[in-house]
Every structure is written in structure tokens, then in C-alpha cells.
Write a protein that binds this ligand. Structure first.
Ligand SMILES: N[C@@H](CCC(=O)N[C@@H](CS)C(=O)NCC(=O)O)C(=O)O
Length: 258
């Protein structure tokens, strides 16, 4: 792992990045390093909706996992693992290393735990697919400046924050402008959420049963909880609150500042 990476282990035993480094030098810790390697590892950013997808399957199945929060500007680590500057990445003790969030979810659901828990995405949910397509742009304008302004582990370094800003401003323009235009985007989002509410077929799943559509949807909605002034329709709020609890992925409302 690159020295530029922040590696914060959620595991109880030993911080992953620093821990692995120490273990190499310390006979005392060598045993613990082996213990860390016995768990699958997810390389992620906390803010990243695709990474949320991969965290969900571990949470839903109650599986242990080491979360490794990479510094946003760290290109060396992901490129070294999968040949591209991308997260999420799964690395297993057996040596499986893979990118692509939905591939990771599928692999973990098929290979870990007692049984497969996710139904396939419902190809007939054209309403949901259209909603995801239509709401994506508004979400980007809300997400990016707020993620950047929040001290997630991946943004601990100034270099990480600058890297993110430069990259994302190429897609949405100035963060300052996006923030200044917040009322417009929040109003749009509120309308999207009103439209989403009747699409939730069950209180705790968007289709009749838990499926890949929930993996996609909660990944998107969790990031929006960092936006202040959003009017969450009751059923959507129930859905994200439940998902947050059963996946063990905190919502971001306590970090919402604007
Ligand atoms: N199709 C990929 C997309 C992953 C993706 O776009 N990840 C973003 C983080 S949210 C990324 O790594 N971007 C490169 C960067 O931040 O420089 C997946 O589903 O895993």
C-alpha cells in the first residue's frame, strides 16, 4: 500500500495500513498481521456511492470485513491492485482482487455466508431506472461540493481535497457556484424524492424482496443525507433509516452543514 494512503481499519484488532507496516518490522505483531489478512478487505472512499454498494452486502450478511479508506489522490494503490485509479476494490485472503461494485456484491453474496440473499434487479422497473437516470445530474451538483467540504478519511490531506476538486469541477463546474445554487438543486431533489416514494413497493425494499435494485438505490440515497434542507418523504426516510441500520453504514445527516 502506498504511504500516501490513509488506511483506517474498522476491524477491532489492528489498523490495516499502519498495522501491516508495523507487522513487517515487529515480531510481536506478526501474528496479528496474519489475522488481518484472514479477512476480506475493501478499498473504498467513505463518500463513494459505488463503495456503499459493496459495504452493504457485508453488512447485510453480517460478514467481517476490513475497510481501507484510501486517500483520494492515491493513484498508486488502486493502479497497483487492478490497473486503474478506481474504488471500490475487493481483496480477499485467497488472493482474489476485483474492481466493479456490482461484481464485488455478486461475488460476496455467492461466496460468503450461508445463502444468497439478493434477488436480481427487476428489469421491468423502468420507472426506477428512469428515476435514477433523471436524478443523477442534480445529485452530482449536490454531492460533489459537500463531499469535498467534509473531512472524510479520504480527504484528510489537502492534496486529496485538491485532487477531488480539480477532477469533479471538470464535470459540474465551480463548486462555489454549485453551492450558491443549492436552493435550486435542493428543490429539484425534493421533487425527485416525492416521486420516489410510491416506487418503494415495501417499507424496506424497492421491489417485493431485497434485490440489486436496493444496492443501487441506497448507495445513491445515502450520499444525499449530507445535504441540508432536504425534505425526506416519510417512506423514503423509513427506507434509508432501515437500510443504514441493517447494512451498518451510517447516514451522513450529522455531517450536513449546507
Ligand atoms: N463502475 C464502477 C465505478 C466506480 C467509480 O466510479 N468509482 C469512483 C469513486 S466514487 C472512482 O474511483 N473514481 C476515480 C477517482 O476518484 O479518481 C463501479 O461500479 O465500481
Amino acid at each position: 500500500m502506498s504511504s500516501k494512503s490513509i488506511a483506517l481499519s474498522i476491524a477491532s484488532s489492528l489498523a490495516v495500513g499502519a498495522g501491516v507496516g508495523f507487522a513487517v518490522a515487529s515480531k510481536k505483531l506478526a501474528g496479528k498481521a496474519v489475522k488481518v489478512a484472514s479477512k476480506p478487505r475493501l478499498y473504498i472512499y467513505d463518500h463513494c456511492p459505488f463503495c456503499v454498494r459493496t459495504r452493504m452486502i457485508f453488512g447485510l450478511k453480517g460478514l467481517p470485513v476490513d475497510l481501507v479508506f484510501l486517500a483520494n489522490h492515491d493513484e498508486e494503490t488502486p493502479i497497483g491492485l487492478v490497473g486503474a485509479k478506481v474504488v471500490p476494490i475487493l481483496e480477499t485472503p485467497a488472493g482474489v482482487v476485483m474492481p466493479e461494485s456490482m461484481d464485488i456484491v455478486r461475488y460476496v453474496d455467492a461466496n460468503y455466508g450461508e445463502k444468497v440473499i439478493l434477488a436480481e434487479a427487476d428489469a421491468d422497473r423502468t420507472d426506477l431506472k428512469q428515476w435514477i437516470k433523471d436524478s443523477a445530474e442534480c445529485m452530482r451538483y449536490l454531492y460533489h461540493p459537500r463531499f469535498h467540504a467534509t473531512l472524510f478519511a479520504e480527504f484528510a490531506f489537502e492534496e486529496s481535497r485538491n485532487y477531488y476538486k480539480t477532477k469533479k469541477e471538470k464535470t459540474i463546474g465551480s463548486f462555489e457556484t454549485a453551492i450558491a445554487e443549492s436552493p435550486k438543486y435542493v428543490a429539484q431533489l425534493n421533487e425527485f424524492l416525492v416521486a420516489l416514494e410510491p416506487m418503494l413497493k415495501k417499507p424496506h425494499s424497492v421491489n417485493e424482496t431485497l434485490s440489486y435494485d436496493d444496492i443501487d438505490l441506497f448507495g445513491r440515497l445515502r450520499g444525499l443525507t449530507i445535504v441540508k434542507g432536504v425534505e425526506w418523504p416519510p417512506k423514503v426516510l423509513e427506507y434509508i433509516t432501515y437500510m443504514s441500520k441493517v447494512t451498518d453504514i451510517p447516514l451522513l445527516d450529522t455531517l450536513a452543514r449546507f
